[in-house]
Design a protein around this ligand. Structure first.
Ligand SMILES: [Fe+2]
Length: 247
């Protein structure tokens, strides 16, 4: 499997707090069948503004070296989880923020409680630059739960949706779980990822969600959401636009 959303770089954000924790997270991922993890530290203009540069590059090199020493065969790839703000399109253009594996597919998140009036404008600006935003965990936003029709607009614009494994497994609550399952059923979900923050809660373990997808949907759905689709993102491949069952 390929996990495109994990806060696994040690000491960079609110994810792995040190190298030991990061190694444990990688080890868990590997045991559960994950071969590639995109390290996606938070970047927000309002808080932890990690920009792509020497610090993140070094964190990845050091982590890869440590995993090699530990013989944990998980490939760590660069990425970011970018909190949407008006400065994001320009920072993407300047490559101070990057897409997953440097691709045209940036992972974008929003505020959880309130629909930011600018959210759609920001997504539009990004798409005008030839990029296709991957929206992180839309099922967790309150305003999406209340009115999922906003997803019609975002998907019609070319955005792709990333669902959290914890939502599908019911770890965030009933509303999140029901919407996450509905998004898979309707063909809105493009990829499922861990959004892992530690090795004890919100972990990198992916086998349970793979089983759930196989049981609730099909083996080919699990394969698409956990392997084939994330690989297309990392390879920066052209992704065919697929019409979901609209809300
Ligand atoms: Fe995240």
């Amino acid at each position: 499997m390929i996990d495109i959303h994990a806060h696994i770089l040690p000491g960079i954000d609110d994810g792995a707090f040190d190298m030991e924790c990061a190694v444990e997270m990688a080890s868990l991922a590997f045991e559960s069948g994950v071969e590639i993890i995109v390290a996606t530290p938070h970047s927000s203009a309002y808080g932890n503004q990690n920009l792509w540069g020497p610090e993140l590059k070094k964190a990845i090199i050091d982590f890869r070296q440590r995993l090699k020493e530990e013989k944990i065969r998980v490939l760590i790839i660069p990425g970011m989880e970018i909190f949407a703000s008006s400065s994001v399109p320009q920072l993407l253009k300047e490559k101070k923020l990057i897409g997953l594996n440097g691709s045209r597919y940036p992972l974008i998140e929003f505020e959880f409680e309130n629909y930011a009036a600018q959210a759609t404008e920001i997504l539009e600006e990004i798409t005008q630059q030839g990029m296709r935003p991957v929206i992180a965990h839309p099922e967790r936003y309150l305003y999406v739960q209340e009115d999922p029709t906003i997803l019609n607009l975002w998907v019609d614009m070319g955005c792709l949706l990333q669902i959290n494994k914890g939502s599908l497994l019911g770890r965030f609550g009933y509303e999140e779980q029901m919407l996450a399952l509905e998004l898979v059923r309707r063909g809105f979900a493009f990829v499922v990822a861990s959004d892992a923050h530690s090795s004890s809660i919100r972990t990198t373990w992916m086998n349970d969600v793979k089983e759930l997808l196989r049981e609730e949907f099909s083996a080919s759905a699990a394969q698409a959401l956990l392997e084939d689709n994330p690989l297309k993102l990392l390879k920066n491949q052209e992704i065919e636009w697929m019409e979901p069952e609209w809300f």
